[in-house]
Design a protein around this ligand. Structure first.
Ligand code: SF4
Length: 331
């Protein structure tokens, strides 16, 4: 299985390449990718430098142009495609069919991976993208069970990539309006669920409160891990009970089911986190390289995976991890 690591900037890319990524994914410095944060992403000059470095080490570079274009700014997306294809990028990660159509008007066989943002979860949908746009691979949304992933990996006409580690998103990926509703900034093109400018923390002595644009998201007791506040992972009163109504603030970690993902024929494991630091990318890439390699080294009892999971414990959101939908009895 390929290990696909996040590179929000040049330093992270170097770390991912040096610590064993088979491919890194990056974005341009505008709203054509779903991590449009200030200080992140690559200029034209940096892309060429990044591709040169990665290719010298045998690592591929994928470029995410995976947001849904706004009608009045359509040329921004076509310019991004032109720029990425002209720079020597290996693959484009795309969600919108208009953008895919544009890529095919330029090249009949340039590699396209279907972004997680497209939320493609069934065989018919994957067949459609394959027939219409000759996609090579699909990144599945983090809402499918292991059995569903296995079935798709066995029957789909394209390679399957799944998320292995990092933050979870519980909505139809790419189409969430929770933070748009509260802040007017969309996770699609502004790249962030809770824009920092709208986040407030207030220390109330025994409790720490987090708010997004004035709305109370959570109250943490002393010594309780306080994760970055997003609306989907807040605690709200439902039928008189205060609870994580939608999702707990935990990170996805599929280390325990890695052998099953490999046997299912999953082509690649993706690590979430282009917004993370180079130090984070170093640690996670190193750990996942070891874990994937341990499968071919016949690490039958999973000792290596157990050790690297312990190494990753501190990096998880709220210091908790979950296998998420892979093992959920409800879907
Ligand atoms: S707010 Fe939550 S559900 Fe919405 S995009 Fe962000 S992580 Fe996903």
């Amino acid at each position: 299985m390929e290990l696909i690591c996040p590179a929000g900037n040049y330093q992270s890319l170097i770390k991912a390449v040096d610590h064993g990524a088979n491919a890194v994914y990056i974005g341009l410095k505008n709203e054509t990718n779903a991590r449009h944060f200030s200080g992140l992403n690559f200029s034209e000059k940096q892309i060429s430098k990044a591709i040169d470095y990665a290719h010298q080490q045998g690592c591929k570079v994928y470029c995410a142009i995976n947001t849904f274009p706004r009608e009045q700014k359509w040329s921004r997306w076509t310019n991004a495609v032109d720029q990425a294809m002209g720079s020597g990028i290996d693959t484009l990660i795309v969600a919108d069919i208009g953008v895919m159509d544009y890529i095919r008007s330029r090249s009949s066989d340039f590699p396209i991976h279907l972004s997680v943002q497209a939320s493609s979860t069934n065989l018919e949908s994957l067949n459609f993208y394959h027939q219409q746009f000759a996609i090579r691979r699909a990144v599945l949304p983090r809402v499918l069970s292991l059995a569903q992933v296995e079935k798709l990996a066995k029957n789909a006409p394209v390679e399957i990539e799944v998320f292995g580690f990092g933050s979870l998103c519980i909505m139809a990926e790419g189409r969430c309006y929770l933070s748009s509703y509260m802040t007017g900034e969309s996770p699609n093109t502004q790249g962030v669920c809770s824009p920092a400018a709208y986040v407030e923390w207030e220390d109330k002595g025994a409790q720490l409160e987090s708010r997004l644009n004035g709305l109370l998201i959570d109250r943490f007791r002393e010594n309780e891990n306080a994760g970055y506040p997003t609306l989907c992972k807040g605690r709200f009163e439902v039928h008189g009970q205060v609870e994580h109504a939608l999702e707990e603030p935990t990170s996805l970690n599929t280390m325990d089911i890695l052998p099953q993902l490999e046997s299912a024929g999953v082509a690649a494991i993706k690590i979430e986190g282009r917004q993370r630091s180079p130090a984070y990318v170093t640690q996670v890439t190193r750990a996942w390289r070891q874990a994937i390699d341990s499968l071919s080294n016949k690490d039958a009892d999973g000792k290596t995976r157990q050790i690297v999971t312990e190494d990753l414990a501190d990096l998880a959101e709220g210091k908790q991890t979950t296998i998420g939908a892979y093992e959920r009895s409800w879907q």
